[in-house]
Design a protein around this ligand. Structure first.
Ligand code: RP5
Length: 170
């Protein structure tokens, strides 16, 4: 079992369906992760303790997802120097703009690397890229993942050129 290097946190279990994409990507890259539910507003004390203790427990990156203007990722940045990747979760209002802006618009000095709305898979891959700067085996896995994406497009286009455009197979 790989050592746990990434903490994936979310504001509510209602975020799980999106956030599991980060765990899946990290798994593909051979990086251990843990998941937890915590809220910047509903459980501020517990969240602060988790973020403040993350470095001491060996975590390298934190991925934080929250919907509405809950800005869990920003709260994480306030308590640790570790890199924070924010995942804005699509809610019921404003097409996710509330969450996107509350996650991305951090004050100078406290960056949150924000991925697309519901972009948890990319958050996992970005965490892998960060960890890969110090672990060549992880960097190799990131490169292989990208190559898979390239190969898929090339194969699809080759098929289109042979048999004409087709809708994706289910
Ligand atoms: C945020 O409020 C959570 O991250 C979630 O996306 C949203 C709604 O939470 P629930 O009411 O579903 O628990 O804090």
């Amino acid at each position: 079992m790989s050592k746990i290097q990434v903490g994936i946190v979310m504001g509510s279990d209602s975020d799980y369906d999106v956030m599991k994409g980060a765990a899946q990507a990290l798994d593909e890259l051979g990086i251990g992760s843990e998941m937890a539910v915590m809220s910047a507003h509903r459980t501020p004390q517990q969240a602060a303790e988790y973020f403040a203790g993350a470095d001491g427990r060996g975590l390298k990156v934190i991925i934080a997802g929250a919907g509405m203007a809950a800005h869990l990722a920003g709260a994480a940045a306030a308590h640790t120097h570790l890199p924070i990747i924010g995942v804005p979760i699509l809610g019921k209002s404003f097409n996710g703009m509330d969450s996107l802006l509350s996650t991305v618009m951090m004050p100078p000095g406290l960056p949150v690397a924000t991925v697309a709305v519901n972009g948890a898979r990319n958050a996992g891959i970005l965490a892998g890229q960060i960890i890969g700067t110090g672990e060549p085996a992880v960097a190799d896995k990131v490169k292989a993942l990208r190559q898979k994406g390239t190969d898929k497009v090339l194969a699809t286009n080759a098929e289109w050129q042979k048999n004409g455009p087709q809708a994706p197979k289910a």
